[in-house]
Write a protein that binds this ligand. Structure first.
Ligand code: AKG
Ligand code: FE2
Length: 215
């Protein structure tokens, strides 16, 4: 569990599919798994699951990033054969910190400058300061692709490519924005040694159990 940098409010809970039967059943639900299998072209396993709470009156932002960049550098994911499902647990409005995404940006890999510090996840999951994409690349991608806001009712799901550039602002409204993220990775793309970090991140962030789900 990760708390907000400026308060003790819960920011994220990881590996929810191993601590809750509800979420275990969800990651095995054919409505999700079959779509992930169709897009990724093979059986899939869960690389990571997390709930981001983003409480009202102060839920923090998530700076622009490509998930794949982190998973490649720090988790040893070889290729871009992973996709995330984000399911709204509360309504996502345009104004309570909904996810912003640059559609089409998944075709461009932006590597982040600087070496990954040891145990970087301890700081970066609260608030990311090093290893972020540079502003020239973000400006170029947003001019090329534009920015969409992923609004939706509780229960709505969005599937997005692991290399899409995305992020979200803070939530100063009274309305919490809670979403669950489930990362499906192809079993043919299982993680190896990190490509740009000295040690792999712990299992709760980067699964080492590659058993297919939904089978
Ligand atoms: O919850 C959000 O708004 C963004 C979360 C995200 O991008 C992530 O967990 O990788
Ligand atoms: Fe992300």
């Amino acid at each position: 569990m990760i708390v907000e940098p400026s308060s003790n409010e819960v920011r994220s809970i990881f590996e929810v599919h191993t601590i809750s039967k509800v979420f275990h059943d969800l990651v095995n639900d054919p409505r999700l798994v079959e779509r992930a299998r169709q897009v990724l072209g093979s059986d899939v396993y869960v690389h990571q699951s997390r709930i981001n709470y983003k409480p009202g009156f102060g839920g923090g932002s998530f700076y622009w990033h490509s998930d794949f960049e982190t998973w490649h550098a720090e988790d040893g994911m070889p290729r871009m054969r992973a996709a995330s499902v984000s399911i709204s647990l509360t309504e996502n409005f345009t104004y309570n910190g909904a996810l912003m995404i640059m559609p089409g940006s998944h075709r461009t890999f932006v590597s982040c400058v600087g070496a990954t510090p040891d145990d970087h996840y301890r700081a970066s999951l609260r608030s990311q300061h090093v290893g972020t994409p540079d502003q020239d690349s973000l400006t170029m991608l947003s001019e090329r692709h534009g920015i969409d806001v992923l609004t939706g009712q509780a229960g709505d799901a969005t599937l997005f490519d692991s290399n899409c550039m995305h992020g979200s602002g803070g939530n100063i409204t009274p309305y919490p924005r809670s979403n669950i993220f489930i990362v499906f990775n192809s079993v043919e793309n299982a993680c190896v040694k990190p490509f740009a970090a000295s040690n792999p991140r712990p299992d709760f962030l980067s699964a080492r159990d590659f058993t297919p789900v939904g089978r």
